[in-house]
Design a protein around this ligand. Sequence first.
Ligand code: FPP
Length: 250
Amino acid sequence: MSDLFHQINPEKLPAHVAIIMDGNGRWAKTKGKPRVFGHRNGVIAVREVTEAAAEIGVKYLTLYAFSTENWSRPAIEVNALMALLVDTVRKELATLNKNNIRLKAIGDLQKLPEKTRKALLDGIEQTSKNDRMTLILALNYSSRWEIVEAAKSIATDVRDGKIDIGSIDTDLFSQYLTTRDFPDPELMIRTSGEYRISNYLLWQAAYAELYFTDVLWPDFRKNHFYSALLDFQSRERRFGKTSEQLAEAI
Ligand code: FPP
């Protein structure tokens, strides 16, 4: 294990880490290859980070694999990404089970190609008993879509008399989001030197620490992940309180 690994305090880990895996296309371009080559190498980084997170004790890891906006990319790239997802989920299933990792997905899965959806649902079902870590793929996901869907469901339940308007609060609203079964991410990482959240877990990341790195996703390795965890552990999380109030609470 690396030096960085040993510096991490296992008692102060974020329970949930969310990642925006960015820079696959640019990585491929620097090598004079098509964008799909970048995505294929991105899978190596997915494997590394999943392993690192599970080994160290992170309980939830959410990866932004495909946004609702990504459909506007050239068809050849969209098709390749969908095929890569099928391939990766199928190939990694045995490893997920061996490592006791549960697969989940958030997003509008109905609109995925049938093959991709099936591979994903099979993977979710076949790993459903695992409890060391939950790996959540955000697929055809965007926060605004999710929040609008939640608003529609709440409106329907009010109309049908299942809930009172007065009972709508942040806790209830959270229960209508696709992430209802997971804690909020405490650390959000974005690679490739872009400083945006891009419609990703906007509600859930209300108090997340944000970590940006210039590393392009296909180059992201365990040590980069450890650096992000160490950075997280160096921050003071105040949740709107003052430093003095936090010190008094200890
Ligand atoms: C962003 O890079 C990456 C994506 C939109 C897709 C991420 C997909 C993978 C890493 C492969 C499959 C994933 C799983 C979970 C099996 P970009 O294309 O936006 O790069 P650019 O900003 O340099 O153009």
